[in-house]
Design a protein around this ligand. Structure first.
Ligand code: FAS
Ligand code: PHB
Length: 390
């Protein structure tokens, strides 16, 4: 097999890059080691920045999002019962965010790819990347009983945090920066109406809680949990009871509960790999970086990486220029680190740290008090949450 760009990973990064390349007439093949249904079964992000929305518009997959997505102009942030509405629209100069689940984004991209007749190999086994330090890289994998070799010009590593691409880079050629947080998020999805018309981020001495949504009839909730917690230890009733204990009693009193349709625990980490280019292989999305989901940046960073990488491929194939390719890593990392900072700051502000000193807790409370009393602080939060420029 042969293609111009071999994309490893059919998550949002790989599918969005593939869709843009296909529409630009740049041949590409996506290879994922999981079946399509498995990928669609993962419940993850829920908030899209305007930049990500614009990318989906450009990719021609925004129709259902425009119809079913929820435009949000703000969210509530509370600290030990004191609540404050963060007016994103006012403090970002008129910008908003789109609440539309990553699962739906992935499904829309998969459907568009199938309609365009572009090749996606699901459930590939033993995926390996080769010779990306030379000009003729290739990918090998096993699929439906056959060993396959895919020759290409470039490899786009869109295979997430646990993928094969970053793992294939020689140790001396990459620097990893990481902070692992001493807690995780237990998430629950249920077909119940959201408790509030906007998201609620809540700090509580028992732990962080987040009330989010997927539609007017489907809600997504999270509570901070310990790293040795397991989903089996949390019955639905126990989850609802703990979530309510962490929220304003007025909010808790009107919460509609119901059976979970999904429950999962995600560890929280901040992670960046530098650089993001290795010869003819590029890392994009979670393959190159991870943020704690507190700032709703993970999926949105994948979108800006894809912007830069797609533009670089267009420069190369249409403009016969390597400028974009050479600038990709430094350009993407500049925006990545700013999102890492914001996600780290939101996580430190809102979570309960087991080893926090009395001073640490005073700093958290003071950070909240400063935020709600300062237009400048709220402008800073708003411009980061709606998305810094690409
Ligand atoms: P993904 O991990 O989504 O996709 C990578 C793809 O590569 C997968 O389909 C995988 O099957 C495939 N792959 C892996 N190894 C491979 C191999 N060896 N060969 C071939 N294919 C391979 N972000 C938010 O903004 N808000 C959230 O609430 C949120 N919650 C999250 C919860 C969890 C458990 C996780 C893991 C992430 C969460 N994120 C959240 C971040 C998430 O949304 C990511 O940013 C987003 O999925 C990034 O998309 P991709 O870069 O495409 O990576
Ligand atoms: C979600 O809806 O899954 C979600 C929303 C906002 C976040 C994290 C997750 O910060």
């Amino acid at each position: 097999m042969k293609t111009k760009v071999a994309i490893i990973g059919a998550g949002p990064s790989g599918l969005l890059l593939g869709q843009l390349l296909t529409r630009a007439g740049i041949d590409n093949i996506i290879i994922d080691n999981k079946p399509k249904e498995y990928i669609l079964g993962r419940i993850r992000a829920g908030v899209l920045e305007q930049g990500a929305v614009a990318m989906l518009e450009e990719a021609g997959v925004a129709e259902k999002m425009r119809r079913e997505g929820l435009v949000h102009e703000g969210f509530d942030i509370s600290f030990d019962g004191q609540s404050h509405r963060m007016n994103l629209e006012k403090y970002s100069g008129g910008k908003t965010v789109m609440v539309y689940g990553q699962t739906e984004v992935t499904r829309d991209l998969m459907e568009a790819r199938e309609k365009a007749g572009a090749i996606t190999v699901y459930a590939a086994e033993k995926v390996k990347v080769h010779d990306f330090d030379r000009s003729r890289p290739y990918v090998t994998f096993h699929h439906v009983g056959r060993d396959v070799r895919l020759d290409c010009d470039f490899i786009a590593g869109c295979d997430g945090f646990h993928g094969v691409c970053r793992a294939s880079v020689p140790k001396g050629a990459i620097t990893n920066y990481e902070r692992v947080y001493p807690f995780g998020w237990l998430g629950l999805l249920a077909d119940v109406p959201p408790v509030h018309h906007e998201l609620i981020y809540a700090h509580h001495e028992r732990g962080f809680a987040l009330c989010s949504q997927r539609s007017l009839t489907r809600s997504r909730y999270y509570i901070q949990c310990s790293l040795d917690d397991t989903v089996d230890a949390w019955s639905d009733d126990l989850f609802w009871e703990e979530l309510k204990r962490r929220l304003d009693p007025k909010i808790a009193a009107r919460m509609v509960t119901g059976p979970s349709i999904e429950k999962s625990i995600a560890p929280l980490r901040s992670f960046v790999a530098e650089p993001l280019r290795f010869g003819t292989m590029f890392l994009a999305g979670d393959a190159g970086h991870i943020v704690p989901p507190t700032g709703a940046k993970g999926l949105n960073l994948a979108a800006s990486d894809v912007r830069y990488l797609f533009d670089a491929f267009v420069d190369y194939y249409k403009g016969q220029s390597v400028k974009g390719i050479e600038a990709y890593s430094s350009r993407a990392l500049l925006r990545i680190w700013k999102a890492e900072r914001f996600s780290w700051w939101m996580t430190n502000l809102l979570h309960t740290f087991p080893d926090a000193s009395g001073f640490d807790r005073k700093m958290q409370r003071t950070d909240f008090d400063y935020l709600i009393s300062s237009d400048a602080a709220q402008r800073s939060l708003a411009e980061n949450y709606v998305g810094l420029p690409y």
